[in-house]
Design a protein around this ligand. Structure first.
Ligand SMILES: Cc1cc2nc3c(=O)[nH]c(=O)nc-3n(C[C@H](O)[C@H](O)[C@H](O)COP(=O)(O)OP(=O)(O)OC[C@H]3O[C@@H](n4cnc5c(N)ncnc54)[C@H](O)[C@@H]3O)c2cc1C
Length: 386
């Protein structure tokens, strides 16, 4: 590997690949990734069909500084992203709940990105150990002992989630060592583990139901999945992004008014309109014997109201090994919104998931990752330091 570059891109995931695609070929650039294949997370995303973006892209679906996020997303929005990929043969369509998925497999997205990269040297299977920043230059030192020098370093190394797909703390380490603030990181878009009191959920493993999940002043009407380790499914994954210890609440019967079935002759387990095993388990948990509704006592109807607002504290989450994203990261206070350049170290840029911007489920993360990469590439292209 040649030793001196204008631009080094750390990470060949979604953000690194978009940046490399948009970078002017006037630069002598290298893209480094520890994995043997580029875009490992894109390949597995959206169940193999990459949920690229959403019809409703707005900062309210993200954790992070909303004016920073809006500024980036207003420059490069969902229409831009859909067109960018469509022009390169990767078409998307709305599949459910306003989410754009790839018509073909996710590899079409990876191919579109890779085929747009011109003149960037690709160093796959190359693991970066550390970076030394000195005299407006960066020395990148690799695990095999080799090194290279770059005048510009673009950190596109993602978050901490899914280490088996190459995630590492390198981006956060570089940021920390060079004096940047890091907002608290935690696994997000991930399932919840349970306290002993909710262990009965585990007996329902494999069942999925549509409910309303509430965390603070946010709620999601979507599916939860009872899993052998706890609770999962889209409504829970979204809840995990906003949950910071303490309680969450589930409305198991969002469309049922208990008042309307009080005099009914049918058994309560039938009229809850939940899968039989779920209603039986919930009734048992509430100490209510399953019998015709008209026979239930007032105190039992009062207990049943809990199903509209079943409040409990998760024990924790399934952790980084299962989390789709990492919440938190390099503080946007230390990043210039027009360029993604560090305000502390000239020539150092942060893009994608390593930055403290995290979206809900639904294509919000790829939208952020690709838009931030494009803003950064535009700026560096204008510099013409070559
Ligand atoms: C299972 C799963 C499904 C998902 N589905 C969706 C979806 O459908 N829609 C959506 O919007 N989001 C989805 N996401 C989230 C999305 O994939 C990420 O937000 C996005 O990939 C982040 O892009 P990035 O470029 O910032 O980081 P990454 O894609 O994580 O890329 C970082 C790259 O840096 C490399 N790297 C790390 N450390 C080193 C090192 N020391 N040396 C060299 N290279 C290194 C890694 O190998 C990796 O390739 C999903 C995530 C997962 C895990």
């Amino acid at each position: 590997m040649s030793k001196i570059y204008d631009v080094a891109i750390l990470g060949g995931g979604a953000s690194g690949l978009m940046f490399a695609s948009e970078l002017s070929s006037k630069y002598k650039a290298v893209l480094i990734d520890a994995n043997k294949e580029l875009g490992a997370k894109i390949a597995v995303s959206g169940g193999g069909r990459c949920n690229l973006t959403n019809v409703d892209i707005c900062s309210k679906y993200y954790r992070g500084d909303s004016s920073f996020i809006s500024s980036i997303l207003n420059k490069y929005n969902n229409r831009w992203l859909i067109d960018w990929f469509a022009k390169r043969g990767a078409k998307c369509h709305i599949q459910k709940r306003g989410q754009y998925f790839c018509i073909d497999k996710s590899v079409a997205i990876i191919e579109a990105l890779k085929s747009s990269i011109k003149g960037v040297k690709i160093a796959k299977g190359t693991s970066l150990l550390r970076v030394e920043a000195k005299d407006e230059e960066f020395k990148l030192i690799f695990k095999d002992g080799n090194f290279l020098i770059a005048r510009t370093l673009v950190v596109a190394s993602g978050g901490l989630s899914f280490p088996k797909l190459g995630a590492s703390s390198i981006g956060l380490d570089i940021a920390k060592r060079t004096g940047h603030n890091i907002t608290k990181t935690s696994p997000a878009l991930v399932g919840f583990t349970l306290q002993p009191e909710q262990n009965f959920f585990k007996t329902l493993s494999g069942i999925s139901i549509e409910v309303k999940v509430i965390v603070g002043d946010r709620c999601w009407e979507d599916y939860i999945l009872f899993a052998h380790r706890g609770l999962s499914g889209p409504a829970i994954l979204n809840a995990s992004l906003w949950w910071e210890r303490g309680k969450i609440s589930i409305d198991f019967i969002p469309h049922l008014k208990l008042q309307s079935i009080k005099g009914a002759k049918k058994n309560i387990s039938t009229l809850l309109k939940l899968p039989k095993r779920v209603s039986k388990a919930l009734l048992e948990h509430l100490n209510i014997l399953d019998r015709p509704c008209y026979r239930l006592r007032d105190d039992e109807w009062n207990s049943l109201e809990r199903l509209h607002n079943y409040s409990f504290a998760p024990a924790g989450t399934f952790g980084y090994s299962k989390a789709e994203v990492t919440s938190g990261g390099v503080s946007t206070k230390d990043i210039d919104v027009d360029s993604m350049q560090s305000k502390r170290v000239k020539g150092l840029y942060f893009i994608g998931e390593v930055v403290d911007v995290t979206g809900e489920l639904g294509g919000y993360n790829f939208q952020w990752v690709f838009s931030s990469a494009k803003v950064c590439a535009d700026y560096i292209n204008k510099l013409c330091r070559v």
